[in-house]
Structures are given as structure tokens and as C-alpha cells.
Design a protein around this ligand. Sequence first.
Ligand SMILES: [Zn+2]
Length: 385
Amino acid sequence: VGLRGGWRALLALGLLRVTCAEGAIPGELRTIGLRSVDDGTAVVLRLSRPATPQVAVVRGEDGALRRLHLDLPSRTTVAAGALGGGAAERPVASVRVGVVDGDHPRIVVDLDGATDYRVARDDAHATITLTVVGPKEPGASAAEHPLRKGGRRPDAPVKIVLDPGHGGDDPGAEGFAVEKAVTLDIAERLATLLRNRLGAEVVLTRDGDDTLALKERTARANAEGADLFVSIHANANTTGRLQGIETYYLDNSTDHATLRLAQMENGLDLLKPRPGEASLRYILSDLVQVGKLDESVRLARQIQRGLVGHLRREYTGVVDLGVKRGPFYVLVGAYMPCVLVETAFISHPIEGRRLARGVYRRDVAQGLFDGIARYLRDGSRRRTL
Ligand SMILES: [Zn+2]
């Protein structure tokens, strides 16, 4: 964290919650359209008001993407003729709409050769765009079309982007150590473990004491076509009494402690917007990545479990603060499962001093590795079931 921020940040987050709140008035799904895009086909939903979809993935026995379910909020109605007569185009095979348990609409997208997908919300126009990535020509296999986003082959080793929090002009939290230094050290140790033991391809958003805007961090992960994004931080509070480990996934939250933490983590960019850079509010409301939420939650749980489990074997008094959701700017816009982990409180007399020691940072890296490895193992087991 960085002890910056202030009322402007809190105000922006407050406004955002009002903007995004899905209140008592049910919305209407007006049209479902299909559009050809560079790397596949986009399914565009137009609604009467902004809505948050829940996305579920159905895979075949071979692990291939077969179908996507996109559920709209409870009581959303569907306009007559919303599903136009347009023909589907690969990698979309067909689009259907139904109502689940008399409660909410589900858009079912059957897939043909899809290699990936992403979901974006544009709240200004009340649209949700589900982009299905894959080859367009019939009969073409994924192997003949190796280009995923970032130009990766589908059989490439897992690619993980690690984001050491803060850096350069932004030291982050300062207590018994400096956050920007410990996050880089942990990320470097973790990268070595992931490369050596999993054969993973690992990219760090910074490998020195560089200043990096928050949005450049996920932009890097997207450009790399990464499979996972993990942002590494250390926590702080003014009394020095708090301690523990917590892992976050991206969501808007009404929890005040979380908002305060998010305010600190987001502070630098919010208070010093670069010329031409969109504000947090603009980006959150206009491009909220929601497609990989389930996977982000699963990744957050495994990382939290791995880190707490490993540290408890080595140290006493390790506090598990759990998996939480929060409005972290650094996670906005990522197309892959993404989490932010607060490894320890740098301001706590015991945890902070531990964090200042290389042996503890080695153990933190090992715990993070355990969690990521378990996440990937469970994921491949699911695909082969
Ligand atoms: Zn931080």
C-alpha cells in the first residue's frame, strides 16, 4: 500500500458505487447482436440499464471451450425479438436465450473452435460485449491458428505475469521495510520457483526500481496474453497493531476497511493522473472485466490457502484474514484471472521485521508458489474430467 489517497479517491469510489448499483428497477435486455472482430466474433448485448453478468464456461472432455453461459441479474426481462435473425459466425456456432428458474435470462453461446473469450461492460451505453476468440474459417484447427491475444500458441507453457507493487517514485508502505523493495524481491523469488518447478513462462511488470502506472501493469499482462496476473503487495496501518495475510479479487465493495485499503493502493495514480489518462471512475464504469470472476475467486482462494498454510508450518501467530473483494484499479482491465495479495503488514512489529528478512520473503514466495501450483493442477483436472 501507499499512504496517499485522500478524499478525492474516496469520493470517486463512492460515486462509482452509485453509478454501478443495480437497484430495485429490473432492466430489460433489448437486443443481442453479433459482430465480426479482428480475432473472432463479438456477441453484443444492449440493455435498458447497465448490468453485471455472471459468466460460466462449459468445456468438452478434451478441454476445449464448448459453450459460454452469460446470466443477467434477477428479474431482467427480455424484449420480444431481442435475438435478431443474423447468422452466427465462427468461432460462435449459435446464440440462444432462455430464462433460468423463472428468475433471470441466460444467454447461451455455443462455440466452434474458440480458444478464449473476454467480457467487457460499457455502462455509458448499457452494453455488454462478449468477445469469442478463435479462427473464423471452417475446418481450421486451433493448431493451424496459433495466434491468441499476444500471439501465443494454445499449447504454449502457462504464462504468468507477476506484478511487484509500487516502485520508483512510489515506495508504497514504509514500516520495518519498504514495500516496493520487498514486493520486487518476493516476485523475483516466486518467478524462479515457477520457472524451475512448473516450466512456466514468467514476466515481471518491473524488474527494477521503476515507476509504473497501474494501468500499464494489466496492459502488460493483456499484451503478453498471460494466463494469470498476480499483484504482490504488503499492507500497513497507522497503529501498527494489525497483522495478517489477505488476498483480493476485483469487485466493487461496500466494506469500509477494503475501500480504505483500495484507496491507499490506488492513491498514486488517482492523485497524479497523467495527461490523457482516464480517471479511475471512467475506466471502472466503462470497461469492467467480469468474465473471469469465478477463476479469479478460485485463484485467490488457492493463493491465500497456499501462503497461510506454508507460513504456518514455519512461523507462529500467522493470521489468516481471508479472501476478499475490493475495487483495485491494478486489477481493472485484465483479461485473465487476476488477484492482489497483501502478503503481510509491514507496519506490524513482528510481521514487518519478518518481511525485512530474506528468509521470510523466500517462505512467502514458496507459499504463493504452492497456491498457484494447486490452482493450475485443479484447473487441468477439471478440464480432463
Ligand atoms: Zn501496495
